[in-house]
Design a protein around this ligand. Structure first.
Ligand code: SF4
Ligand code: SF4
Length: 277
């Protein structure tokens, strides 16, 4: 895409709060982007790579539970390797690419790479919603001016699976506009108290929420991957300590490997919910 399309992205993102579906919580936490047009770059490259939903095995006293992690919430060697490969490929060819934080779902749709499902998730051909979008500014001239307005999946007109699966009624049956104020996924990403309408028996994710993706026919062939395991002793240690630095070295090493060390407080809050539901 032409880098000047940043102005259109900004304009579209700016319109969302005016449509009354995003509360102040969502606006403050999710809509902070830098849309200024950089002098050195000419285009935006949008890529998608497959990333299945993952789970961490949790050894509890009641048995082994699965703590789910939706696509997009974990990195791993594959994601890092792909991003590095993009940047190195540009450098090898005398160009530059720089990874950027942008509104990925909107950018994916406008680039024509993805479409929106009724659940407001990005879908890509072949991998359903189990993929990861990344964006880079590049020094390449854009080959054409891409700005795709056909953004919704056709199949959703005759399917209500996600609207029926959402425990909070966040997905209207009749329109393509998620009620973000009722989507628990946003709240599970932050340590603030959860809304009073939360159904705790439905929380099975260590971050985010994926009921509306698990039920989707476009994800029917997707297989989950195991992201790691937290043995019983480590689990008890984590549940008993709100201070990451007080954990044993072995537990800290495991959490670091899983990528939970950077957001220990939130991970621990959600872990407790998954274990006690
Ligand atoms: S992420 Fe969870 S809360 Fe949000 S729409 Fe999907 S099922 Fe509902
Ligand atoms: S569950 Fe059905 S309606 Fe929802 S995104 Fe998937 S195909 Fe569309």
């Amino acid at each position: 895409m032409d880098i000047r399309r940043l102005a259109d992205l900004e304009e579209e993102i700016g319109r969302i709060p005016l449509e009354g579906k995003a509360g102040s919580f969502i606006r403050n936490e999710y809509m902070e982007y830098d849309f200024s047009i950089p002098v050195d770059f000419k285009s935006i490259l949008v890529i998608s790579f497959p990333q299945p939903h993952a789970y961490v095995e949790l050894e509890t006293e009641k048995g082994v539970l699965k703590g789910m992690i939706p696509s997009g919430y974990y990195n791993g060697d594959q994601a890092v390797g792909i991003r590095d490969a993009v940047i190195e490929t540009f450098e090898r060819n005398g160009e530059k690419a720089k990874r950027m934080h942008l509104p990925m779902k909107l950018l994916g749709a406008r680039s024509g790479l993805t479409k929106y499902g009724k659940n407001n998730i990005s879908y890509v051909e072949k991998f359903g919603s189990q993929h990861r979008l990344n964006a880079f500014y590049t020094t390449l001239e854009p080959s054409e001016d891409v700005w795709e307005l056909e953004e919704d999946l056709e199949i959703c007109q005759s399917c209500q699976a996600c609207a029926e699966a959402c425990p909070y009624g966040a997905i209207p049956k009749s329109e393509f506009l998620l009620d973000t104020n009722r989507c628990l996924s946003f709240y599970l990403d932050f340590e603030d108290p959860l809304p009073e309408w939360t159904n705790y028996s439905k929380i099975n994710t260590l971050v985010g929420c994926d009921h509306c993706q698990d039920c989707c026919p476009l994800n029917a062939s997707a297989e989950m991957v195991q992201w790691g395991r937290i043995p019983c002793g480590q689990l008890q240690e984590i549940l008993g300590s709100d201070n990451y630095d007080d954990l044993s070295e072995e537990t800290r090493t495991n959490l670091k490997m899983l990528g939970f060390d950077d957001w220990y407080g939130l991970f621990r809050r959600n872990l407790k919910l998954v274990c006690h539901r």
